[in-house]
Design a protein around this ligand. Sequence first.
Ligand SMILES: Cc1ncc(COP(=O)(O)O)c(C=O)c1O
Length: 425
Amino acid sequence: MNTNRRIFIQSLSAGLLGSIIGSSKSAAAEAKHIPAYSSTTAEQYWDIIRTQYPLLHVPVYFNTGGLGPIPQCVTDAVISTNSRLQEHCETGHVLFEPARKDLAQFLGVASHEISFVRNATEANSIIAAGLRLKAGDEVIFDSHAHPGGSHPWLIQAKQAGVVIKVFEPDASSPESNVERIQSLLTVKTKVIQVSHITCTTGLIMPVKSIAQLANNRGIWFHIDGAQAVGMIPLNISELGCDSYAVSGHKWLGGPNETGILYIKHRNLEKIAMVEAGSYSGSVKRLPGELILEPSTMRHEYGTRNAGLVVGLQRAVLFQNQIGRDRIANRGKELATILLDSFAKFKDIKILTPLDSQMRGSITTIQHPRATAEGFFDYLHKKKKLRCRLVSEQGLRALRISTHILNSSEECERLIAGVQASLKDL
Ligand SMILES: Cc1ncc(COP(=O)(O)O)c(C=O)c1O
């Protein structure tokens, strides 16, 4: 962006920022009262958290890994921000910086290392296209990658001749996943990418060990964290990755069409620009050289929906208010209730790792006879329990996400539904 234009917009926006932030219903949109955890019983506390969500109670929702329900305070922040912006007919771009600060702090990175993108798929795509690999260069990723993680590379295979190698995630131990990656390495390996938590079985990858493997060999390490951020506490800077993709609209409870791309600052120039426009850089006068923003923000461009960004900011403040460890522990506690019960049904196969350090708030099971569709439909239509079927890689399974809006009573209903399916299907 032209410097004069930037200064003009900044000064215009400064007043606007005051007016919008001053409004009681913007980023600061209050959640309904959340009591101190210690002042109630745990179940009462989680019941109060549940009242923050407009989500209906029927069917019972166990698909946060697909699309996360949004607390009312987040929806309020989106609506009120956009309403206020309409009063001025402004883009609200100035609201991005305070939001960036909160998001960066939440993710454990510097503000200049992140970019607001539309979803994790877009973040993955910027990395896959931006690394500009050549024919014969090799990329390793997990065979359980979501299409949002695999397709950006399959496009590179199709268009640039990049060679894809996949490894099957192994539920037996963290080390064996590192070994599987190691066994695929060659001198042509340029990128390792993993799902931080797989979307299929909820397996948590040993990302720090994989980072070491990649860093020692100068291989780019990208993490698709769509299932991780908001489910487990994490500090991206400590993981040792070069880049990381975040989805805002799953475990974080942010508005649909929100995501974050992190690129480690010292690697910024290694990612070529895929798209550019206002905010990604500036040029004094045309024709002239485009000076790119010296930050990951360069990957943002053009007019955006500031309400969504403020909504995402509100979502992380909501999570902070509850506490990230508490959120992770609650989801896992409910998943453990499921896991322990399913373990007693001898016909149900559990695909999620049993090793506690390799699992979080996702539980994936296989019915002895039913197809994934049949199992899913039975629970959804007959028992009013909304899970997610897993048909990827022929897994024929059912995925259950347990998050802060779920209760132990709902888990008992699910267990009863699965038990009934063993007779009915
Ligand atoms: C591991 C993983 N990556 C990427 C995606 C796509 O996410 P988004 O909708 O944010 O692009 C998903 C969605 O389920 C996922 O589980």
